[in-house]
Design a protein around this ligand. Structure first.
Ligand code: C2E
Ligand code: CA
Ligand code: CA
Length: 745
């Protein structure tokens, strides 16, 4: 069988056809000629067969012309030995069939002496030879061999052609199914060959690229490099080299793709003549280039992604601590070399925990993203802003002219946070406490600058938050103390170092004490007296607030028994309840038992909770507070106006008292001015029928303004500072000198 070399489908797909595979399997087997013997004379046929038996042929016999034609149509034969003179379908008819159907088979005709002309006619019409009956065995064999020799040569040629074509197709198949783009360029850089992968990877037809210059595919930014390796520099490399290039794609919105390309000089003629090693640079320049381009776009992107994530904060997309350290290290080197000033800013959000607890982490996350954007908007291009932890950001400001430049950024940061954030339909206020350190004044190393900036943040927080502070060496003592405090707090309970202080609440109109708020103090063995604000935040963080709160409940009831000796049940004792403690739910049982054990009328107790507790988990807060109310104790909202409470919540909550926060009272300075927030809070309390207490009253101006606004109960340094139980009892004894006065309700 002859292969159709131009079978474009098979070549294109590269697939091997079934028949070819069969032939491939047989290709290497010994060639056994298939011979068809045709004679109507059975004796002749038998003798013919016996003469050729054992000569290495595959013999088939036909006893008539029609049978011969049938056999020839079904199978391939290399030689037919054909009797011309047969009845019905003659040897001539068989010849005609062979010619008509273009079978490639040699025919030797046999005939008696009388049919010599007919035999000659047969030879003319294509028979290979003629044997006159009777013939000798040797004569027959020689003629058959001659005929088969030609046939053998022919089939050998066919086989070689087939093998060549097949290997060509195999290579094409391998080249086309390669995952890489394989191409060759001529000496001038024009495509001479390119495999079909280019269509899939870059969207170009191979035919439109042949003859085009490689620059058609190379991204402009990489052209110089491409020109060097594919053009000018070609003479410099002997065998191969590789280069990474971005190639233009017609796919995916014309995004470039990145390829790693292996190149080798190629010129089969020159190689064969001289061998690559012996070529001079000039000769090499005249050679073409063979290239294999591997698409490494995905790998590159994955690598970049991994590298990016290792150095960035996923939430805000800002550099993370690792990259911050890296950049600060570089900036410090530069600052040292140029003897320039550099600032590190440590930014810690105030009350972020409250936002998280109140609105949930989702809103907290969005807030951090918005904060990152605002802070970034305050910086120059050369500055670095990073997020190094929960609500902690840092900024590096290199190349500063003077200290004032850093102060300016500090001011900008504070100012940019003053606008409220609109998050998921909520208006959220946050501020930041910022610490600033300067290189070289406040530290020479990354660690020193960062730690001192952190110390300055601590200082800022203790000064009332929402602002920036430059580091001062004096801060150090305080901050070291804070760290140690956290540790000592564990022992404070055991060692009996905690004590309850009481700050009286006074009725302005009568000047009488109507109650007191219990405030915790820590009598620290080394550091002396610490107020609640200095250590309770640590107790909240560490969970120690729970045992501490339990201790507090016992302590205030013991103290209250003493109060009752001189004041009966006239006074109200307010206790602060930590949100964590309320959440835990055990306060109800404990309070109930204590009330029974100490036989205290419940109305003498008021619990203070901050507004935020009502919003975080309103349903559970309402339940807890309602249970407390059922005990008969009253509920006050502490620090009113600073949290997130809305009026709609307020009236669902079982509350009796609102405490106006110190920050609003502090604003009252001018006796002739109006203070609308205070007035609004007073109006709310009146509207809802609630008691009012103003906290942190320090001046007469404040007291008078509050009294005029109809807020009569005040608490603050103006009347009394928080004091020990003993001093408070002494105070009560003065007021109730004549014994417990008429009972108030
Ligand atoms: P708070 O409930 O708002 O308590 C008022 C704070 O303001 C107290 O600080 C008090 O000493 C202070 N203060 C009172 N009058 C004035 C004034 O005229 N001027 C100024 N500048 N400050 C004044 P303290 O004792 O440090 O307590 C801080 C916070 O710690 C309290 O805020 C309260 O939330 C919490 N706290 C205090 N004691 C306890 C307690 O026993 N248990 C719980 N869970 N929290 C407590
Ligand atoms: Ca309070
Ligand atoms: Ca308060």
């Amino acid at each position: 069988m002859l292969m159709n070399v131009s079978d474009s489908h098979a070549a294109a797909t590269g697939a091997l056809r079934g028949q070819e595979i069969v032939e491939l399997l047989h290709e290497d087997q010994e060639f056994k000629p298939r011979v068809l013997l045709v004679d109507d004379d059975a004796r002749m046929l038998a003798s013919l067969k016996s003469l050729l038996q054992g000569k290495g042929y595959v013999l088939t016999v036909a006893t008539g012309g029609q049978e011969a034609i049938d056999l020839l149509s079904e199978a391939r034969f290399d030689l037919v030995i054909l009797d011309l003179n047969m009845p019905h379908v003659t040897g001539h008819d068989v010849m005609e069939f062979i010619n008509r159907s273009k079978r490639r088979v040699n025919v030797i005709v046999t005939s008696g002496a009388s049919e010599i002309d007919a035999a000659i006619g047969a030879i003319r019409s294509g028979a290979f030879g003629y044997l006159r009956k009777p013939y000798s065995g040797a004569e027959l064999f020689k003629t058959a061999e001659n005929a088969l020799q030609q046939c053998k040569l022919e089939s050998e040629n066919q086989r070689i052609a087939l093998r060549l074509e097949r290997s060509e197709r195999m290579y094409r198949y391998l080249v086309d199914s390669s995952p890489d783009i394989i191409y060759t360029l001529d000496a001038k850089g024009h495509f001479t060959f390119i495999n079909s992968r280019v269509q899939q990877l870059l969207g170009f037809e191979r035919t439109e690229l042949i003859g085009q210059h490689y620059s058609l595919l190379v991204h402009e930014g990489d052209m110089e490099r491409a020109n060097y390796v594919l053009n000018e520099g070609r003479g410099d490399f002997v065998r191969s080299r590789s280069v990474e290039l971005r190639l233009k794609s017609r796919r995916d919105d014309h995004q470039v793709r990145i390829f790693s390309i292996e190149l080798a000089l190629t010129d089969l003629g020159a190689f064969a003549a001289q061998g690559a090693g012996e070529l001079g640079p000039d000769q090499r320049k005249n050679m073409g280039t063979y290239c294999v381009a591997r698409d490494i776009t995905e790998r590159k992107r994955a690598d970049e992604q991994i590298a990016y994530q290792a150095y960035h904060d996923i939430l805000t997309d800002l550099p993370n601590r690792a990259l911050f350290n890296d950049r600060l290290g570089l900036a410090l080197l530069q600052a040292r070399r140029n003897q320039s000033l550099l600032a590190v800013l440590f930014i810690d959000l105030d009350r972020f925990k409250v936002v998280n607890d109140t609105f949930g982490h989702g809103v907290g996350d969005v807030l951090l993203q918005h904060v990152a954007l605002r802070l970034k908007g305050c910086l120059r291009r050369c500055d670095t802003l990073s997020r190094i932890g929960g609500d902690e950001f840092t900024a590096i400001l290199p190349e500063l002219g003077n200290r004032q430049d850093a102060a300016l950024i500090g001011e900008k940061f504070v100012a940019c946070m003053s606008e409220p954030f609109e998050l998921a339909g909520q208006t959220v206020h946050v501020s930041a406490s910022i610490g600033v350190t300067l290189y070289p004044d406040d530290g020479l190393s990354i660690e020193e600058l960062l730690r001192n900036a952190d110390v300055a943040v601590y200082h800022m927080k203790s000064k009332g938050k929402n602002g920036y502070a430059f580091f001062e060496a004096g801060f150090l003592d305080g901050s070291v103390q804070k760290i140690a405090l956290e540790h000592d707090l564990h022992l404070a309970l055991e060692h009996g170092e905690l004590e309850m202080y009481y700050q009286p609440q006074v009725d302005i109109s009568t000047q009488k004490i109507i109650g007191a708020e219990a405030l915790m103090r820590w009598n620290h063995p080394q550091r002396g007296f610490l107020s609640a604000g200095e250590f309770l935040p640590f107790a909240e963080e560490s969970g120690l607030i729970i045992p501490i709160s339990n201790w507090m409940l016992e302590a205030i009831f013991r103290d209250l028994l003493e109060w009752r000796i001189c004041s009966g049940d006239a006074l109200r004792l307010s206790i602060n309840i930590s949100p964590q403690y309320l959440d835990r739910g055990e306060i109800f049982e404990r309070l109930k038992q204590a009330l029974q054990r100490y036989k205290v009328p419940p109305r003498q107790i008021e619990v203070e909770v901050t507004e935020n507790i009502c919003i975080r988990n309103p349903q559970s807060a309402i339940e807890q507070l309602e249970k407390l109310c059922q005990l008969g104790v009253s509920v006050a909202i502490d620090d009113f106006g600073t949290g997130y409470s809305s009026l709609s919540y307020l009236h669902r909550f079982p509350i009796h008292t609102i405490k106006i926060d110190r920050s609003f009272v502090m604003e009252i300075q001018d006796p002739d001015a109006q203070y609308p927030v205070v007035l609004a809070i007073v109006a709310i309390a009146k509207g809802l029928g609630l008691n009012l207490v103003a906290e942190g009253v320090e001046t007469l101006v404040q007291a008078r303004y509050l009294a005029a606004a109809d807020c009569k109960i005040i608490q603050g340094y103006l009347c009394h500072r928080p004091m020990s139980q003993n001093r408070f009892i002494a105070l009560l004894q003065e007021q109730f000198a004549v014994g417990p006065g008429p009972q108030q309700s």
